[in-house]
Design a protein around this ligand. Structure first.
Ligand SMILES: [Zn+2]
Length: 130
């Protein structure tokens, strides 16, 4: 299980608070609040901290990039921005070829990878950067 922690703020009253997603694989098991805990309105902003987000109706939806980042960090890898083949633009981990199975085991996301030289692979979520 992974947690993604971040801060939210309210457009209406200015309140700020900490929130988190809990995820198992790609399934969200805990959601951040969709209403301001102070005034109860729904104009919630996520405070920019480098996470990738998509707006989804009134709430927010976790992206493959969020899941990949959390899973890789949990497994001790260090995801970095990558612009690669297949028009991919997003997070990737660069590892020795021998670690491929470790990366695959660390996430339920479908992955793809590019060769970098003789021994290294750049591994990232399949199907684009979001
Ligand atoms: Zn508020």
């Amino acid at each position: 299980m992974s947690y993604i922690q971040f801060r939210q703020s309210c457009s209406d009253c200015g309140e700020e608070w900490n929130a988190a997603f809990g995820i198992v694989g790609t399934t969200i098991i805990a959601q951040p609040p969709e209403k301001c805990p102070k005034c109860g309105l729904k104009n919630i902003n996520k405070i920019a901290d480098g996470w990738e987000w998509e707006k989804s109706g009134e709430g927010m939806k976790i992206t493959k990039q969020d899941v990949f980042r959390a899973d890789m960090r949990d497994a001790g890898f260090d995801p970095e921005n990558y612009v690669g083949k297949n028009f991919y633009r997003g997070l990737a981990v660069t590892v020795d070829r021998g670690k491929l199975q470790d990366v695959i085991r660390a996430t339920k996301l479908e992955l793809q990878w590019d060769s970098l030289g003789k021994n290294d692979l750049v591994i990232y979520p399949a199907g684009g950067g979001s």
